[in-house]
Write a protein that binds this ligand. Structure first.
Ligand SMILES: Cc1cc2nc3c(=O)[nH]c(=O)nc-3n(C[C@H](O)[C@H](O)[C@H](O)COP(=O)(O)OP(=O)(O)OC[C@H]3O[C@@H](n4cnc5c(N)ncnc54)[C@H](O)[C@@H]3O)c2cc1C
Ligand SMILES: *[C@@H]1O[C@H](CO)[C@@H](O)[C@H](O)[C@H]1NC(C)=O
Length: 507
């Protein structure tokens, strides 16, 4: 409650500043038209517009919170979104953005300055059709909502590992879940998308009837339309075992050895999953955080997952619990991170003969960030996550019709890196973004050398993972079928509504 109050006050102060920059006449006119068509569902700025101000603050990172849309629409249905799009088609200079959970930290992706923001605030939660084994999932809210709504039926869908994360963006960008080694990316399990297309029509994209469009919608973010309902195959879920452990830096060697072994052999038991996080805190202090998950009440006592658990730490929370309890507990600590944040990603292949590569990456990032973390900025932190993506995932994706990221059964085991930064001051933005970029620039040079030394093929397919990427990274351009997907995008969006006027990664 206190946090909400604090945010509202900040929002009110901001809204006063935001109104200073007047929107263009076309934008104002578009907002007036939308307000007329959807009474009670459109918010505009102004001193007393507390709800408008509050909506502008619903972003995980502080950076997009400074964008001031000319108006914010809170649609209650696909028809409402269709109405908005049809009006926007009459005003070709007006920009727009769609926001579901607002967890994409990139400015201008789910936020917009002087444009129209479509906020999925009122489209939240999931329902279950037991006869069909399908869930109908709304894009707004957070994974805690979806997991909680489905749990009484003994099912779930693949989604965020931290319950606070937004739903719509994750499902459109791919989706790394604790259940990915068993069932593929979260998006691989979507079979229907209620979508507002670029001409304003509502189309129920069906994976069976439109396999090409369906494949493209799994991993293309905002570029094929605005989705108001996802139809998703469910999977059974009961009590699970998991939680996170915090480790002392002295345990690094044992943990990196366990990580290397898990990436190589973890898929032998696809019920086991981890996120391995190297944290770099103020003063350059390093620590490790590993999130553990096992799809069952009792973890195995031998094998790669069990080897991790032999590294004993007093800071360990894993236990048997409901899936909803686990994702809620995983998300709670980072919900409090009130910071300007950055994401950046990189995909590295598993290199069997280079078990030292994780510590090399960590050491490099520690070296890069040290000057910043030892300057007088006590709240800043950086982290490097290692997310194993076993080869079997490509095989599963293919068997379910494929996705835009395009991994197949012939691709090797991969590790998706998530490089995160958090700082407080706007004047540190350039430096903050730059530090993560220094690491990926270094990896651009190092990884080919590592492959060479290992005698491995340098043409290995290494697509970037959209949901973890920085706005300047060429995500779609890294996709195997880029040209084909770009042509398909153009065919459903000939005027370039999504590709030139809306936020997000572009083909
Ligand atoms: C703390 C944290 C934990 C995370 N954990 C995971 C994880 O476990 N697995 C994982 O895969 N990712 C994870 N992510 C990344 C996450 O998937 C992305 O941040 C994703 O964008 C979040 O979805 P959202 O609904 O909040 O997106 P938003 O920020 O609302 O939007 C992201 C993009 O999608 C577009 N978009 C959003 N909704 C729609 C819609 N309905 N129709 C069309 N376009 C839309 C937006 O315009 C924007 O371009 C995590 C992120 C954070 C901050
Ligand atoms: C709108 O676009 C969809 C998908 O591209 C198409 O199926 C439909 O026929 C179009 N509608 C109109 C009225 O042009």
């Amino acid at each position: 409650m206190e946090k909400v109050l604090r945010r509202t006050i900040v929002a009110l102060i901001l809204s006063c500043q935001l109104t200073a920059a007047a929107p263009t006449q076309e934008t104002t006119q578009a907002c007036t038209d939308i307000k007329g068509a959807l009474p009670g569902k459109v918010l505009t700025p102004g001193l007393l517009a507390a709800e408008y101000a509050f909506e502008t603050q619903k972003y995980w990172s502080i950076i997009p919170r400074t964008d001031g849309p000319a108006c914010i629409v809170q649609p209650a249905s696909a028809e409402d979104v269709s109405t908005v799009i049809k009006i926007l088609l009459k005003y070709p200079t007006v920009q727009l953005a769609t926001r579901s959970g607002g967890h994409d930290p990139n400015a201008g992706h789910a936020s917009i300055d002087d444009g129209v923001l479509i906020a999925m605030t009122d489209l939240v939660g999931a329902t279950y059709d037991a006869a069909k084994g399908l869930a109908y999932v709304k894009p707004g809210g957070e994974w805690n909502d979806v997991v909680g709504d489905l749990e009484p039926s003994g099912v779930t869908i693949l989604g965020g590992r931290l319950g606070i994360v937004g739903v719509g963006g994750l499902l459109l960008g791919g989706g790394l879940s604790f259940l990915t080694a068993q069932h593929g990316l979260a998006a691989d399990n979507i079979v229907g998308w209620e979508t507002i297309m670029a001409n304003g029509s509502i189309v129920n994209v069906d994976a069976t009837a439109q396999p090409d469009l369906a494949r493209a919608m799994r991993g293309s973010g905002s570029q094929f339309g605005i989705v108001t309902t996802f139809t998703v195959k469910t999977v059974p879920i009961g009590d699970v075992w998991g939680g996170f452990c915090i480790y002392d830096p002295s345990q690094s060697d044992a943990l990196y050895a366990a990580l290397h072994n898990f990436i190589a052999n973890g898929a032998q038991d696809p019920k086991a999953a981890i996120i391995f996080t190297d944290l770099l805190l103020f003063g350059g202090v390093g620590t490790k955080l590993v999130y553990y998950f096992y799809d069952g009440p009792i973890p195995p006592i031998s094998g790669p997952f069990a080897d991790f658990l032999k590294v004993v730490s007093p800071g360990c929370l894993p236990r048997t619990q409901k899936y909803s309890e686990l994702v809620r507990a995983n998300g709670a600590p980072v919900d409090l991170l009130e910071a300007r944040t950055s994401f950046r990603t990189y995909t590295v292949p598993f290199i069997p003969t280079r078990p030292q590569m994780y510590s090399e990456m960590q050491a490099k990032f520690a070296e890069i960030t040290l000057p910043f973390l030892t300057s007088l900025r006590p709240t800043s932190q950086f982290s490097l996550d290692f997310q194993p993506l076993p080869s079997v995932v490509g095989k599963i994706s293919e068997s379910k019709g494929g996705n835009a990221m395009g991994l197949t059964s012939s691709d090797p085991d991969l590790v998706v890196l998530e490089i995160q930064g958090a700082w407080l001051l706007p004047e540190d933005d350039a430096v903050g973004y730059g530090l993560s970029k220094q690491l990926t620039d270094w990896l651009d040079k190092e990884v080919p050398k590592w492959l060479d030394e290992a005698g491995m093929n340098k043409d290995v397919y290494l697509p970037l993972y959209l949901n973890d990427a920085a706005g300047d990274q060429p995500v779609m351009q890294s996709y195997r079928d880029y040209a084909e997907l770009k042509a398909l995008q153009k065919s459903v969006d000939p005027q370039g509504l999504w590709s030139t006027r809306a936020g997000g990664f572009k083909y």
